[in-house]
Design a protein around this ligand. Structure first.
Ligand code: CU
Length: 415
């Protein structure tokens, strides 16, 4: 007993201490996902969640774009091909919203689809506020056999009286039903019914206690025939239960068939989504070296860039694992919209003037910010393959954006 106490007490104290010291856990594990997974699966960008304050019944829109990475890990399930299956979802804690519409490139996303690696997609999800509270709303793409890939989030505060929530729809037969209460009576009736059957059945066999040990003794110790323990009355009761249950199941099927003659099965097929048109390659990029300097939280990229366009281009931003490192010389006025917004407004430094049309030049790009650490992307260096991928955003003089996904091996620098 004493030994048990000595083990449990320190553990209890430690958990209590950790609980007191830790920040209030408001997010839901997005940082826990492996860094390699976050940088090399879905490249999320242009994520918008609005309005950030909504009343019950109001529509909240989650929209943006993504590119399934060309550097998608080989050991993971794929988003494309014959085996691939992907599903657009939202990450919120529980049924606090009702999804009224979701689309990728305009195609309704009620079903699963496949996404081609390296191609661009645009999504939009409409959510109806259902429960008051403050929620971190993420776009999510669930990949079959790989799990959910979580995108960047924004906080949405829902206010109002939950009793005002309305969720009425019109069925294909023209009937208007309230999904919040639809079929509730039936559900309660059948649960109660089967629970009572269960209680009656168990109650019959256990009506005289004790039951198990005396019977066990009779059969195993005294050698009586087990079949003799079941009396004629027991068989009659068993038969009555058997007939009642079969009649109840069969009868309810007939009743449901009669009450709802038109039904369609749950839909589980797959839809095809055509990627957005491939833009012309304006910036051709070769990654010569990628290093992460741990003490400085500094990511250094040595690149060879060729400008195939007719206007000078410059690197304006680098997006990796949902974090946006902005070059303040190109993108002015970028701000952190809220605490936890994954943006480093002046996190990107480019050591060179814009690249002229037709020119090929070696450039160095630095992405420095504490976000590497706070968002736990630094764990990339502990991955067995230490590979990264991210989106380089080039801008020309008119402000047109050209997106180029880059990737490769990353070498950590410890001093
Ligand atoms: Cu979150």
């Amino acid at each position: 007993m004493w030994k048990l106490k000595t083990k449990i007490l320190p553990r209890l104290m430690a958990s209590l201490l950790l609980f007191c010291l830790s920040d209030l856990a408001l997010a839901h594990g997005e940082r826990a996902q492996q860094a390699g997974l976050r940088t090399r699966t879905i490249q999320w960008f242009d994520t918008e969640v609005y309005p950030r304050n909504a009343k019950i019944n109001e529509i909240v829109t989650v929209k943006g774009r993504f590119i399934p990475s060309k550097w998608w890990p080989k050991h993971m399930a794929q988003p494309d091909g014959l085996e691939g299956a992907a599903y657009l979802n939202v990450g919120v804690p529980g049924p606090v919203f009702v999804r009224v519409d979701s689309r990728v490139n305009g195609v309704p996303m009620i079903r699963s689809t496949t996404f081609e690696k390296g191609r661009e997609y645009e999504y939009e999800i409409k959510l109806k506020a259902r429960r008051p509270g403050k929620y971190h709303v993420h776009p999510v793409i669930s990949i079959r056999d790989a799990g959910p890939i979580i995108g960047p989030a924004y906080w949405v505060e829902v206010t109002g009286d939950p009793a005002d929530f309305e969720n009425k729809i019109e069925t294909l037969t023209g009937q208007v039903i309230d999904l919040e209460t639809w079929g509730m009576d039936n559900t309660i009736f059948w649960h109660t019914c089967w629970f009572l059957v269960f209680v009656a059945w168990i109650g019959y066999w256990f009506r005289k206690l004790p039951v198990l040990m005396p019977r066990y003794k009779k059969v195993m110790v005294l050698g009586e025939d087990a079949d003799q323990l079941i009396e004629f009355k027991d068989m009659v009761v068993g038969a009555v239960f058997f007939v009642f249950i079969l009649t109840a199941i069969g009868g309810s099927y007939l009743w449901a068939q009669n009450e709802y003659p038109i039904t369609i099965p749950l839909q589980t097929g797959e839809v095809e989504v055509i990627p957005l048109p491939e833009p012309p390659v304006i910036a051709e990029v070769k990654v010569n070296k990628a290093r992460y300097r741990i003490p400085g939280r500094s990511f250094k990229l040595d690149l060879t860039v060729t400008n195939h366009g007719d206007s000078p281009i410059q690197v304006g931003a680098f997006y990796i694992g949902g974090i946006r490192f902005m070059n303040p010389k190109i993108i002015t006025g970028a701000i952190k919209e809220e605490k936890g917004d994954l943006i480093a407004p002046d996190g990107l430094t480019v050591n060179t003037p814009p690249i002229q049309p037709g020119e090929t030049r070696d450039i160095v790009v630095f992405a420095d910010d504490a976000l590497w650490e706070t968002y736990r992307l630094t764990s990339l260096i502990y991955d067995p393959d230490s590979r990264f991928a991210g989106l380089l955003m080039f801008y020309d003089e008119e402000g047109n954006r050209y997106i180029k996904e880059i990737g490769g091996g990353m070498v950590p620098v410890f001093t």
